[in-house]
Write a protein that binds this ligand. Sequence first.
Ligand code: NAD
Length: 378
Amino acid sequence: MKKIDRRTFNNKIVKGVVAAALMGGMPLACGMGAASKKKKLGYALVGLGSYSEYQLAPSLAEAEHCYLAGIVTGTPEKEKIWMDKYDIPKENVYNYENFDAIAKNSDIDIVYVVLPNSMHAEFCIRAAKAGKHVVCEKPMAINVDECNAIIAACDDAGVKLGMGYRLQSEPYTNELKRFVREKTFGKVRYITAEMGYYSGSNPDQWRLNKALSGGGALGNMGVYAIQAAIYGTGENPISVTAQEYSTRPEYFKDTDETIMAQFEFPSGAVGNIMTSHNISMNRVHASCEKGWYALDPGSNYGPLAGETSKGKIEFPHERQQKLQMDDFVQHIQVGAPNRAPGEMGLRDMMIMEAIYTSIAEGGKKVLMDLAPGFGFEG
Ligand code: NAD
């Protein structure tokens, strides 16, 4: 297994930032002429659960540069329903066992892994070995070693790797990144990001089973809070201090319920994130030298809502997943920036592991050595 060292990590991240800076805050429209001459790329969804059914498949039906070309499912009853609904030919339908035969299928350009988190690494690596570009849902995997293995497999196969970080293609989120880049409100001094939901009363769901999920709220909604703290400041944290709270231990037997974590950033900014499977919350707020900006809601399927010390911000709503999947095709076809590269998923997993380490050590400060200067695509 090839391990990514800090230098490789930094180089890849820096390239992403340079590409993003060249694009400025522009939507990925430049180069559209070239892209429009190319065919739509075919996605295959692996795992036909609720996210695939209610978000990704309808978004692919609306996408400009891609379409739903195939499915991979472990549930035979779903095959005909999906074939009929999305006009998918039988030869583009796979199960978990015969999945590797997808290598010979020229209709499928991109494999999108939408399975429980512990299955991400296996299917991303098998997809890369089949020569397909890969999109991996969040969290990238269940530990840093698996993230490294996914990145190495895609590098070895010469295929592109993107994370399912839909907000990286979302206009309100990109407006926050513009505020950071242009210092519209001066330097950020304090950022808070609170993302969670009440997970109800179904103890049998895979998200509460550590072997399948890798963790609880942190790997689920906590990823959005970590991401928001980073794109809201334009910096990676240099230290993490964290606490865990459990108010329903009889229900959250195997996974974390509520976590708070504090970050220090290289500029001197500080941050606080909160995530939970027991509390519904969904906002990000940055206090800056010359004002503030906030999204509330800041991470749901939209439309998001934004406000600043100078007034409201407003954008028309489009499906975030459509923007995300089209952006990834633009990355493949015309070299547009990869808005959510695998290294970003790896970085977030490193931060999650630091948070768990801090909690295990009684809230001790854990120092982080991530790419300095990593910025606006964060
Ligand atoms: P889900 O429970 O609705 O679907 C899971 C799918 O995996 C089902 O089709 C199920 O049959 C299949 N599966 C295969 N083996 C399984 C097993 N051993 N146990 C349970 N299911 C198994 O989950 P979902 O909400 O669609 O989430 C799938 C992935 O997508 C997760 O990684 C999740 O974090 C991610 N997700 C991302 C977003 C986002 O906004 N980016 C939103 C929802 C989910």
